[in-house]
Design a protein around this ligand. Sequence first.
Ligand SMILES: *Cc1c(COP(=O)(O)O)cnc(C)c1O
Length: 385
Amino acid sequence: MRIETKGVHVGEGLEKTQNGDVVVPIHLASTFARRKVDEPTNGYEYSRAGNPTRDVLEERLAAIENGAGGLAFASGLAAEATALFLLKRGDRVLVCSDLYGGTFRLFEQCFSQFGLRFRYIDFHDQELLTKELSEGLDMLWIETPTNPLLRVYDIRALAEAAHHQNPKAFVVVDNTFASPYFQNPLDLGADLVVHSTTKYIGGHSDVIGGALISRDKTVHERLRFYQKAVGATPSPFDSFLTLRGIKTLHLRMQRHQENAMAVAHYLESHELVKKVNYPGLRSHPDHNLAKRQMRGFSGMVSFELNDNAEPVRLIESTKVFALAESLGGVESLIEHPASMTHASMPKAEREKVGLGDGLLRISVGIEHKDDLIEDLEQALNLARR
Ligand SMILES: *Cc1c(COP(=O)(O)O)cnc(C)c1O
């Protein structure tokens, strides 16, 4: 089955419910009764360990990422935190330096105190990468496309290099920005996919959630244990909303990409814009890699204004684009990474990766592209110095 069909059907349908519900019911029960002490009904005991609505979501997440198993979490960061329980004191994690700020904060302020050693490196710096790999690793953490600079890393090459050094190392890809519609990291040699389902998978800015999808059944079972033991699971209602989002993922992604391409071209030709970062543009340094690795370029664009325009005035002047953090919903958003999404990253660290104070990021929604461009046009005029 293809992703469009899997996204609509997997886990739901006649065989899944007693009453023939076309849509999975929201099972609110926190606990499940049994007739015999050692015979949980349909395997259900307690909702943190397993819930019928969440199970359908997990089955579908695994299906759309071509994994052996999927797990759902209360947030993307909850999924990431749970994945780190695969590691132990002293383990070394190589991380791409251009990274979601919350992930950086989780690693540095929560997990490094338990003796995990995180190294942030530019995965495009081949010499440095080779040197760091040769010192050993237990996990490689890749975000691609990256946030907010939209760089693209070669998943297949990185996974091969990591596994060559240590066949047991976990290669993790945060696939939030591409979504499973445009990229499936497990097919490219990754071991684990992370999603903030809050973004494209949920797609409507109305639910926080996360996911872990494993290539290997044994890793999946280990993670399932940690999911239950740690307990950062999503509610049945949140599971339902996320499932509902997945049904239209392919339709939304097509429009996100079409609009993002139009907006990126518009910005690139504007006299007040210094630079546009969008993997779909021929001017993007990783355009060819993106074309090879991804089936599309998704809906995130970032750009820098030149000295003749005031970035904050621009983002406070848009009417269709809401000034807000997050991304991947049907509505367009605009934000200032240095003071919003990436404020938790120290300024020195931001500058090292090229994330300047003048950078703006937009999540291009599914509205009419002309309305989006007209909105940017009027805001750019107001931002002129
Ligand atoms: C939002 C985001 C996260 C964190 O997910 P939450 O659902 O907000 O906890 C992780 N990675 C990326 C790339 C994100 O955009």
